[in-house]
Design a protein around this ligand. Structure first.
Ligand code: CO8
Length: 260
């Protein structure tokens, strides 16, 4: 599929910098962009792409939400389709077996905040603004914000943000645990790359197994979640990287993981 709104650059280190690019509308998510995101995550080549850093084009916005112009005249059946398109694409992104970081370079509102939350980690530039302003438009979050925001910041703060529709700045987003780090905009990509390099130095199978445990235990009882971790923990012992990592530690050497 030819992309009109998604720019992807796969670097030599295997990190794909994926940029949502519709700067005239502050990268607002129209259905064409959502289809491109879905296509990208569905057909991603995990042999060449080891990690994703997702960002928005320009210095003003990560993604300013779903496209209000496109949504305005939808009826409820069409709204269901539009919501499902975004929610499914974001779920596939969340479920990718590789680490993902959202480098939030400005407004991350509504669907933009929801897109950032579908990534594993969020790093924000100091000018970033977050919010779920849907109720100010007569709707509610539709790309799984009511699901992911309470998991990240707790139900009371999530309800405050969603019921008031207020915007918060990057420092406040950091304080409530919505973002992992705040930095100057000029440093944003470097900080995201630095964190991703730290992650990629570790055994890929182990990082992927930890991701599976953390993502999949969302809806589980403690008993199920602990049993799931036991399964993924034991599977690590069937990898070469586990033997290599432990041997390297005991030999006081730096491990060189192969991802097998
Ligand atoms: N959709 C469409 N166009 C947008 C959007 C958007 N979300 N955000 C900005 N734009 C457009 C503006 O209309 C404007 O276009 P134009 O130049 O043609 O007038 C251009 O981008 C620049 O925006 P502004 O002039 O408004 O820039 P400001 O610096 O004054 O303000 C803001 C920036 C604060 C980000 C402001 O643009 C704003 O409030 N945008 C809307 C934010 C918002 O409400 N987002 C949530 C949308 S709803 C949503 O995301 C629901 C997700 C689930 C959907 C489920 C579907 C059923």
């Amino acid at each position: 599929m030819e992309y009109k709104f998604l720019k992807s650059e796969v670097r030599e280190d295997g990190i794909c910098v994926l940029t949502v690019s519709a700067p005239k509308s502050l990268n607002a998510l129209c259905s064409a962009i959502l289809s491109e995101i879905d296509d990208f995550v569905t057909n991603i080549d995990l042999k060449t792409i080891k990690a994703i850093i997702l960002t928005g084009d320009g210095e003003k916005a990560f993604v300013a939400g779903a496209d209000i112009a496109e949504m305005k005249d939808l009826d409820d059946a069409a709204a269901l389709q539009f919501a499902a398109l975004g929610a499914n694409a974001f779920k596939k992104l969340e479920d990718l077996n590789i680490p993902t970081i959202a480098a939030v370079n400005g407004f991350a509102l509504g669907g933009g905040c929801e897109l950032a939350m579908a990534c594993d980690i969020r790093i924000a530039s100091s000018n970033a603004k977050f919010g779920q302003p849907e109720v100010t438009l007569g709707i509610i979050p539709g790309f799984s914000g009511t699901y992911r925001l309470p998991k990240l910041v707790g139900p009371a703060i999530a309800k405050e943000l969603i019921y008031t529709g207020k915007m918060i700045d990057a420092q406040e987003a950091y304080r409530i645990g919505l973002v992992n780090m705040v930095c100057e905009q000029a440093e944003l990509m470097d900080k995201a790359l630095e964190m991703m390099h730290k992650i990629l130095r570790n055994a890929p199978c182990a990082v992927a197994a930890a991701k599976r445990c953390i993502n999949d235990n969302y809806d589980m009882t403690a008993k199920e979640a602990i049993a799931l971790e036991n399964v993924y923990f034991s599977r690590c012992f069937a990898t070469e990287d586990q033997k290599h990592g432990m041997t390297a530690f005991l030999n006081k050497e730096k491990p060189q993981f192969k991802g097998v």
